[in-house]
Design a protein around this ligand. Structure first.
Ligand SMILES: [Mg+2]
Length: 441
């Protein structure tokens, strides 16, 4: 497809739009650390003069006021993007992603962590969206049909080689090469397993929890998740309610959203253990590798999961090296985009740890499904004990929303990363001047 485009085509603009949803009004998304989130997107549009009508779309997810800062950080990357050759960027996204983390003045804000790194991730993901659209493929398939050598070239191995070398990565990818076609067929046929967090928000009543848990079982999910960590007494009651509703053996994960110190996490999980929680997610600070290892040693066989606030591939590397996690939870919009997530998928495969992505928010389900499906096709080669989080919020604002059937994500069919929003949604929820906000602030 790219051969018909003029080689002179350039990226002409990196637009950043502040889009916020007043989700705090219904306590959707409420957890022990985020009592009133307004789910928000710092939404990126890469425009070109290629004349093919294609744009690159992606977003950084935040929860309200942080969107001001996030949008400014993304805008600061524009000088590194505007004017670049569309063909050169799309042909070598590895070099493109590495170029964005090397600005010495912006690098001081990280390096490769926090707001500035999420900005990199949003821009890198928008470039992947554009490249996949030009190739006419959804990103999961665009990646899943690359050669092992092309995939290894996407990864920045700096700071990783003590745990994963390019040669080892190549071996992992070559081992998975033979079954690719079969697994693509399976995804097209059946999709990828999901679990749902919809029943478990902290602000919901016990009745609502039980009703939504019953619906989750009826809808074909094999796992639900409950938010915990505000009140032990409430959590014991909610966990008992959920267990009685879904029955023995059904997987119930719990998520503390970093609420506890290490010993609190251990004590709290021992109190919940009689109700057989499957994993404890974010028991403590996302930076505390040794703390996670201590919790894991103390609460087994309950599994320890984390990742949605893990800043970059180096912290994931250490969590794996330290034996601190049972489940790696990648996030499409936290680290430096598709490229860094390929590195994390390869690390998890090397250590034999399943990846169960974080999703929800705005557009996170849409984007991260591509990474899990790619992992299944070309990296780990398995869906055993792997599920993608699903939250039933805000999908209606996307042009290619996730489709869930019988507890599975159906494989996206449209080209790109599925992050493109409807123009009307962007206008209506624009902060602070869109009609939804003008009526409120
Ligand atoms: Mg979580």
């Amino acid at each position: 497809m790219s051969s018909i485009l003029p080689s002179s085509a350039r990226i002409t603009a990196l637009d950043v739009l502040d889009v916020r949803f007043p989700t705090s009004e219904h306590l959707d998304g409420s957890d022990a650390m985020n009592p009133e989130p307004d789910y928000s997107a710092a939404y990126v549009v890469l425009r070109t003069d290629a004349g093919d009508g294609l744009e690159g779309h992606a977003l950084a997810f935040t929860t309200g006021r942080g969107n001001d800062v996030q949008a400014a950080a993304i805008a600061a990357l524009a000088p590194h993007v505007v004017g670049l050759s569309v063909e050169e960027v799309c042909a070598d996204l590895g070099s493109f992603s590495r170029s964005l983390v090397h600005d010495p003045q912006l690098r001081w804000l990280g390096p490769e962590k926090g707001v500035i790194h999420m900005a990199t991730g949003a821009v890198v993901n928008a470039a992947w969206d554009l490249a996949a659209k030009r190739a006419g493929k959804p990103v999961w398939r665009f990646l899943g049909e690359m050669s092992p050598e092309e995939l290894v070239a996407q990864v920045d191995f700096r700071w990783l080689s003590d745990a994963l070398t390019p040669e080892e990565a190549l071996d992992i990818l070559r081992r998975a090469e033979s079954g690719r076609a079969l697994r693509i067929g399976h995804l097209l046929d059946k999709g990828y397993p999901a679990y749902t967090t919809t029943p478990g928000w902290l602000g919901y009543s016990d009745e609502k929890l039980a009703r939504l848990a019953r619906e989750a079982v009826a809808d074909g999910f094999t796992q639900i998740k409950l938010k915990v960590g505000a009140s032990l007494e409430d959590d014991i009651r909610r966990m008992r309610t959920a267990r009685e509703t879904v029955g023995e053996g059904f997987r119930i994960a719990v998520d503390a959203n970093q609420r506890w110190d290490v010993q609190d996490a251990i004590d709290w999980m021992r109190a919940l253990a009689p109700y057989d929680p499957y994993w404890i997610e974010e028991p403590t600070s996302p930076d505390d590798i040794l703390g996670h290892a201590a919790v894991r040693r103390a609460v087994g066989p309950i599994k320890v999961a984390t990742g949605e606030h893990i800043a970059n591939r180096v912290v994931f590397k250490q969590l794996l090296q330290a034996g601190a996690v049972d489940i790696v939870q990648i996030d499409s919009a936290r680290v430096g985009g598709v490229n860094e997530n390929i590195a994390i998928l390869l690390l998890a495969a090397k250590f034999g740890i399943p990846v169960c992505p974080h999703a929800g928010g705005v557009g996170l389900c849409e984007m991260v499904q591509h990474l899990s499906m790619f992992d299944y096709v070309a990296v780990s080669g398995t869906i055993e004990d792997r599920v993608i989080e699903y939250v039933d919020h805000l999908h209606e604002h996307f042009v290619d929303p996730v489709r869930i059937t019988d507890g599975h994500y159906l494989a996206p069919a449209l080209p790109g990363l599925s992050a493109q929003m409807h123009p009307d949604s962007v206008k209506e929820y624009a902060y602070p001047d869109g009609p939804v906000w003008a009526a409120r602030v």
